[in-house]
Design a protein. Structure first.
Lengths: 815, 443, 236
């Protein structure tokens, strides 16, 4: 007989405990929930209410296991989703314990007595945890012969979400998500006992920007999507991982397609980025792919002045000829904010190489020179090692400047709320009123109360920079030592604000992060689609940097233009004046610019206009050549999110005859006798990567003095304005269910100012400038005196186009 | 050393003032030694009060019998960490367990004993806010408690710097709104925080994370009303009544088919035989069939349990629980399946809905029992019910689910034949349209 | 809208109630009672009123309002008659009482005979154990106890209520109406001096105490003065 050598037991690492599960020894970090430890061992304990990102509830009782502590079996089976591991614990799951198995079977049977047998018509059929677990663990027959609970079906709880109450297993994932994660407690448990059900208030539907997540985490088909309901079966779908193209979050998506059509989008699971949550725009806004305005064929404007479809060869020839002819007079390159890194790089290179200019700008929104300096000194080239979601979550204090996180960066908002809730992070907002986001990031640890309302730092529009320079001591103190400052793109609308942010960062040591609204902005910056920077953040004015790029691009020394180019506004102004001969415009909406009328004038006056577009637009209407480009679903590529993290995605659908911008530009350049080498996104990305970021020191931060806010005269107010998440955005078209959850457009003003101006809550007010007027109902809010707020682009409230005004401008206000 | 004296069969301690005219007024209470205990307590260190209550062996009177002094001792104290948070005392006056009717008379007849107990307890655990959560339907109690609290403020027993001790306390009398589950202490806390009264996950326990996530003691009315007497009499005096593990006097509420139903305060450990004697025997001499020792959530007893000592150990050893000493007596005229159906309807109506076994289990059990009482039961139903109970007991989130199974499993244990006979009799009834009519009130 | 229903007095009371609690949300149950004292039930306006007062969503308030039996969805009568039909009372006659009253009033559970709110209107309900088992069968009118009822006494009681009379409860304050007692439940007592005097003890309540005094039974004698508090055990 051989004696097995005594096994040397490894020591239990610090912070770990050792326990036995189904006879297997395992080390688990202290505090880990049993159900997770089991999972790590590959033992799946059935569950419904458990969700790793929600606080444990222990409500469904599906996950019961037998537990022995200190050699003594616990008298009752324990919920493995609420019990934490302990040293010496012995756990028996359904695999080794008849008691656990019977307990689980019993709960399953009870869940099924009131569950309808409508799997064949239920959206969840085929991907339903209840169905799967019933098949795997349940009884084959039911002993229930009595009367099932029924409800009239289904209940629309918002325009997006439908509720079939008889399918609900009351796991409360949806309500817990809404309360804990989103902070939108508009869906709740109603009634009691066997009558208990999920519901909404009679007067308020489930109006949350994050409601779609509840559909995704509902473990049965109780919550379904109005958009997807009855449209498909899970086994018909092909899934591809995607990246959110609507915001700068970089959120991971799962895109489900069937026979060439995107049928739904779900949140991907990326713990470093969006965890498992996305906002509703990212989830539901994809019908733009198939909307009527989609362009799929190139068009050239004929002698009759009309655009007519033509062949690619012809369109490219006309475009190239026009551009070549214009080159001497100057070509400007303007892009929108939705380009992938690869496309932006192609535009940046096209401008430098094919057009021979630094007149290239991605900023399809109000912008400033100060911003360029700030981006060059603080943003370009930085990545998650500088500031990431995790770092943001861990920060003791965060200050949002010119950023309304829920409206402009919803996934960032969720992280801020999480930190406020879980770690009592102080989230300050330099803004105008206590928006829902301000209120929902002011939650004290463990408290049922909204925290003392001191997290709004109010500023009259235009005074933000001055307020920053003179922040209350407790805010400065909170930011010092690990704080974070998040600044939004709207800082460009307040002269001196970017400078003040840079100064505050220097003063407090807080990390400064730039959070633009759109998915493409950050990548375009790093790819060099700006007047002051070449790819990799190289200053156009830096000879050594130019030389690096020239050599990488195989250009003769001294070919690259040496002076800072003109920005979007300047290019369009030059176009209006005839100081520039042609424009190449990729996905820009002139209505998003500070002065849409001026922008349109530029587009109208330009000698030659090439438009690369998804949809017919104000630009295509004026273009000489229209070249269709591929939306994300039909292409691969990557975005740089606000962290500077590269988010790659593959094509969810076949190309279907459309090409990405980089390929179109590459071919166009060839027609102009220039090689871009951006024929595929991969090629463009490869070249950009090889270029790297050079090694010049970051230039100095801008140092503009704070501006003074304008003083309203009689009957006037200072305008505050920003975009709402769900508004008239061009990619949110054709999605009525989504549009139904938009926040209403209202005029916000404080009570004293309203009274002075003769306005009454709920009654209409008219905001006007010389250009036009907007009339909307008044909602009172805690704005500073003499300030009025309008949403940027919601329904009646088209601030830029109608008023020709923006944040910080004076407007007249009357009843 | 003196030989232990056997106490009298009835030992009015909590009930000793009840016969006095206007027993509930502060003048009466003060005349009868009221607020003496408080004066005494304020002279000592709070920890010594906790020690006294530990020594007395007082166990919670709300049903579970948890040692009260130990519970108070769990409250973290200290200037830092969890001890630095505000502490709270919450009185469970939600009396809702079927058969239980002791706290309401206590609060109506002698509210000051509870108020005084609250002040002493709050002082001991260093709470400056105390809420008395009274069942909403007990309106007159609420008035009496409210009045007593106002009187105590006026006399300087409440408010700032109580009797010059430097100790501050506010008491709020809070009305519930009709939900049996709010008697469960964590559901009560949620309810007191303005939420649905659904039980909370434990841990964390109320002692560390109770009301407003702060250290909290939740005690029953009778428990806290006992405190002044313990302070006045000392632990040895208290232990002169009852048994080693279940010391003290207890109010037994006798209801149902007896000649003289009512409240009888006796040392813990009295038997039903003794109680029946005191209560004048079975009504009209009709023999006893079954009874609950402490409310409907405690498994039924029968005539064979007449001599079970009604204390925590005795009731448990005989297969039930002491519960709230709500002794409901049923004579031979009562159908066991019918009684069980009525109780199960109660549990279904009162199940909070949070967990599957209790919510769905009671929903199912009611249907089976109603069907059975209507003459449509099958033999398989009996086994199914037992199995459903097995799937609820110890599987539900809180003890309400466990309680719901007690009447059923104990009834089948002692009266299985009655269920089978009922099934065999099969009166010609079609279901389910006629059920409501047959069973009277349904939820 | 809710401005008209909930007047200045109610708003003042709302503030007073909220101020009693360390955290405002604790005032929700009392405020829902307050709403019932104004409306005779909890309407959507009432839900909105509470939501605004406590900065909650209307869904959160609805979740609470629908959980508790005492918050009524439909307008109640001048009086709410609750008959205990839990097992013990039911055995002693509670079921018969409820059945008779149902028939007499021609209504079912939580239904109202007469125009809600009008004099003599009665909302009927069967109730779970009302914690008066030694006095069963019991019923309550506006939460005042009427103990040891019979079918006949209950019938007479209801008739008297319909005639506009207010028979005295066995235990409780002189009978008022549903809205008035809801105000008290919210914690506002306009006339506590008087209402608190209403009787509270029945023969049954005092049976044990009575028997003990008859027989001279006492608890063991307490020491003459309270004993010293125990010393604390040595910390180990
Ligand atoms: C469903 C349920 C209902 C309860 N109802 C009451 C009650 O009405 N009154 C009470 O004091 N305790 C009740 N309890 C017990 C309480 O949870 C808790 O144990 C008690 O208030 C603690 O006080 P004590 O230690 O003084 O007994 C109930 C428990 C459960 C599970
Ligand atoms: S609707 Fe879905 S997520 Fe919500 S409680 Fe029901 S089963 Fe759970
Ligand atoms: S998953 Fe554990 S109780 Fe629901």
């Amino acid at each position: 007989m051989t004696i097995a050598p005594e096994e040397k037991k490894a020591l239990v690492p610090d912070g770990y405990v050792r326990l036995t599960i189904d006879g297997r020894e395992v080390d688990a970090p202290k505090g880990e929930l049993l159900i997770r430890t089991c999972e790590r061992l590959g033992i799946i304990v059935p569950r419904f209410c458990d969700h790793p990102l929600l606080d444990p509830a222990g409500a469904c009782r599906q996950c019961l296991v037998e537990v022995e502590m200190g050699g003594r079996p616990m008298p009752k089976p324990q919920a493995s989703c609420t019990m934490t591991v302990a040293d010496g614990m012995v756990v028996k799951t359904q695999h080794t314990s008849p008691v656990a198995d019977k307990a689980q079977q019993g709960v399953m049977e009870l869940l099924l007595i009131n569950h309808p047998l409508d799997c064949p018509i239920c959206d969840k059929g085929g991907e339903c945890p209840l169905q799967n677990q019933a098949m795997a663990h349940g009884r084959t027959d039911s002993r229930f012969v009595d009367v099932k609970r029924t409800f009239p079906k289904p209940l629309p709880i918002s325009t997006q979400v439908l509720l079939d109450r008889e399918r609900c297993v009351l796991c409360q994932r949806c309500t817990r998500f809404s309360e804990q994660i989103a902070g939108d407690p508009f869906i709740d448990l109603l009634e009691r006992g066997a009558h208990q059900q999920i519901g909404v208030a009679q007067d308020k539907p489930f109006q949350s920007y994050f409601s779609g997540n509840t559909i995704q985490i509902c473990p049965v088909g109780a919550l379904t999507s109005a958009q997807y309901r009855f449209r498909s079966r899970p086994f018909d779908l092909v899934s591809t991982m995607g990246v959110d193209e609507h915001t700068a979050s970089g959120a991971a998506l799962r895109i489900d397609t069937r026979r060439g059509v995107v049928l739904r989008r779900l949140s991907g699971n990326d713990p470093e980025v969006n965890e498992e949550w996305i906002d509703d725009k990212s989830r539901f806004a994809f019908r733009y792919l198939t909307s009527k305005g989609r362009i799929t064929r190139p068009m050239v404007r004929g002698a009759d002045g009309q655009l007519a479809e033509t062949s690619w060869t012809e369109a490219l020839r006309v475009a190239a000829e026009g551009l070549l002819a214009a080159r001497a007079g100057g070509i400007g390159v303007l892009t929108g904010g939705r380009l992938t890194v690869e496309d932006a790089y192609a535009y940046a290179k096209f401008a430098r190489v094919a057009a021979g200019t630094n007149d290239v700008d991605f900023r399809a929104r109000p912008h400033s020179d100060e911003e360029l300096d700030f981006l060059a000194s603080h943003v370009v080239g930085t990545g998650p090692e500088h500031l990431s979601y995790s770092r943001l979550e861990a920060a003791p204090a965060v200050l949002c400047v010119a950023l309304e996180p829920e409206e402009e960066a919803p996934v960032v908002f969720l992280r801020l709320r999480k930190a406020a809730l879980k770690t009592a992070q102080k989230v300050f907002h330099l803004g105008q009123w206590s928006t829902p986001a301000v209120l929902r990031t002011a939650v004290e640890l463990g408290s049922a109360e909204p925290a003392a309302r001191d997290n709004l730092i109010p500023a009259v529009p235009g005074a933000e920079a001055a307020v920053l320079a003179d922040l209350p001591a407790h805010v400065v103190e909170a930011l010092t030592g690990g704080g974070v400052i998040l600044v939004g793109e709207r800082a460009a609308e307040v002269p001196g604000l970017y400078s003040a942010v840079a100064a505050l960062g220097a003063r407090t040591g807080a990390a400064v992060g730039w959070v633009p609204r759109r998915a493409g902005d950050r990548g375009a910056l790093d790819a060099g689609a700006v007047p002051n920077l070449l790819p990799g953040g190289r200053l156009v004015t830096d000879a050594a940097a130019r030389a690096e790029v020239e050599s990488a691009w195989g250009l003769a020394e001294g070919t690259l233009p040496t002076a800072r180019g003109r920005d979007t506004d300047e290019i369009l102004a030059a176009a209006a004046m005839g100081d520039i001969a042609a424009l190449v415009v990729g996905g820009l909406d002139p209505n998003d610019l500070a002065d849409p009328a001026a922008a349109l004038a530029g587009l109208r006056e330009i000698g030659f206009l090439v438009s690369l577009e998804l949809h017919t637009s104000a630009v295509t209407e004026l273009a000489d050549v229209v070249l269709p480009v591929a939306p994300d679903a039909h292409r691969s590529g990557s975005y740089l999110n606000w962290e500077g993290r590269r988010r790659e995605f593959g094509a969810a659908l076949e190309a279907g005859g459309v090409l990405p911008d980089c390929r179109v530009l590459d071919t166009l350049a060839v027609e102009m006798d220039v090689d871009l080498f951006t024929q595929t996104p991969a090629a463009a990305a490869g070249e950009l990567a090889r270029l790297g970021s050079g090694n010049a020191a970051a230039p100095a931060a801008p140092a503009l003095a704070p501006s003074e806010p304008l003083r309203p005269g009689f009957g006037q107010a200072v305008l505050a304005s920003w975009r709402q998440l769900i508004d008239d955005a061009s990619l949110a078209i054709d999605e009525p269910a989504l549009a139904g959850t938009a926040r209403p457009a209202v005029v916000r003003i404080n009570a004293a100012t309203a009274e002075r101006l003769g306005l009454a809550e709920g009654a209409d007010a008219t905001v006007r400038t010389e250009r036009g007027s907007i009339t909307l109902p008044v909602a009172l809010a805690d704005l500073p005196d003499g300030v009025v707020w309008l949403p940027g682009k919601s329904g009646e409230s088209q601030v830029r186009t109608v008023l020709g005004a923006g944040h910080g401008d004076l407007v007249g206000v009357t009843a | 050393m003196t030989a232990p004296v056997t106490p009298d069969p009835l030992t009015p301690v909590l009930t000793r003032r009840w016969q006095s005219p206007r027993s509930w007024a502060i003048e009466t209470y003060e005349q009868l030694e009221g607020y003496q205990a408080l004066r005494h307590a304020l002279t000592t260190h709070p920890d010594r009060i906790i020690q006294l209550v530990k020594d007395s062996g007082l166990r919670g009177r709300g049903g579970a019998g948890f040692p009260t002094g130990m519970k108070w001792g769990f409250i973290p104290q200290g200037a830092t960490g969890p001890g630095a948070k505000p502490k709270y005392l919450v009185i469970n006056a939600d009396e809702g367990e079927p058969g239980t009717c002791k706290d309401i008379p206590t609060m109506m007849a002698d509210p000051h004993s509870l108020v005084e107990g609250c002040i002493i307890t709050s002082f001991a655990i260093r709470a400056n806010f105390c809420a008395i959560y009274v069942r909403g339907e007990a309106l007159h109690c609420i008035r009496r408690m409210r009045k007593a609290v106002e009187e105590a403020y006026a006399k300087g027993y409440l408010g700032k710097d109580i009797l010059g001790s430097g100790f501050d306390l506010d008491i709020v009398v809070h009305a519930g709104a009709g939900a049996y589950i709010c008697g469960e202490e964590t559901a009560l806390l949620d309810s007191l925080e303005g939420r649905r009264g659904q039980p909370r996950l434990k841990p964390p326990f109320p002692a560390t994370s109770g009301l407003y996530a702060s250290p909290t003691v939740v005690n029953n009315v009778e428990t806290i009303a006992s405190v002044p007497a313990i302070v006045m009499g000392g632990s040895a005096w208290f232990r002169a009544m009852g048994s080693e593990k279940s010391p003290g006097p207890k109010i037994y509420s006798i209801s149902g088919h007896v000649e003289k139903p009512g409240q009888y305060e006796a040392p813990l450990g009295i038997t039903l035989r003794q109680l029946l004697e005191l209560a004048g025997g079975m009504k009209d001499g009709v023999p006893l069939k079954f009874w609950t020792p402490g409310g409907s959530s405690t498994p039924l007893f029968t005539a064979e349990h007449l001599d079970v000592p009604l204390d925590f150990e005795g009731a448990a050893a005989a297969g039930s629980m002491l519960g709230t000493t709500a002794v409901q007596i049923f004579n031979e005229t009562v159908s066991v399946p019918w009684a069980v159906m009525k109780w199960t309807e109660f549990y279904k109506h009162e199940s909070c809905g949070k967990c599957t076994p209790c919510r769905e289990g009671t929903y199912w059990l009611v249907q089976i029992l109603e069907r059975m009482v209507a003459g449509e039961g099958t033999e398989a139903d009996v086994e199914t019910m037992l199995d459903i109970c097995d799937n609820i007991l110890g599987r539900s989130f809180c003890a309400l689910g466990d309680g719901a199974t007690s009447p059923i499993t104990s009834a089948i244990k002692y009266f299985r034949q009655e269920f089978l006979d009922l099934i065999a009799a099969q009166p010609a009834v079609q279901r389910p349209e006629q059920l409501a009519e047959l069973t009277g009130a349904t939820a | 809208m809710s401005d008209e229903i909930f007047d200045e007095v109610t708003r003042q009371r709302t503030k007073e109630i909220i101020s009693r609690y360390p955290q405002s949300r604790s005032a929700l149950l009392p405020l829902l009672h307050l709403v019932q004292s104004v409306e005779g039930h909890v309407s959507q306006d009432g839900i909105r009123y509470c939501a605004e007062a406590l900065e909650l969503s209307t869904a959160e308030v609805s979740a609470v309002a629908t959980f508790y039996t005492m918050y009524k969805r439909r307008p109640c009568g001048e009086h709410l008659v609750s008959v205990c039909t839990n097992t013990l009372c039911a055995v002693l006659g509670g079921d018969d009482i409820y059945a008779r009253l149902k028939e007499k009033l021609g209504v079912g559970h939580e239904e109202t005979a007469g125009e809600p709110g009008s004099p003599g209107s009665i909302t009927l309900e069967h109730a779970e154990c009302l914690a008066a088992c030694d006095l069963g069968p019991v019923l309550q009118v506006n939460y005042e106890y009427y103990d040891n009822q019979t079918v006949e006494s209950a019938e007479q009681l209801v008739e008297a209520l319909q005639r506009g009379e207010k028979p005295a409860p066995t235990r409780g304050a002189p009978l008022t109406d549903f809205k008035t007692v809801e105000l008290e439940l919210s914690g506002i007592f306009p006339d506590l001096e008087r209402s608190v005097e209403g009787p509270s003890t029945a023969v049954e309540t005092m049976r044990g105490a009575q028997l003990a005094s008859e027989r001279g039974w006492l608890a063991p004698a307490m020491p003459d003065s309270p004993p010293a508090f125990p010393d604390l055990p040595e910390k180990s």
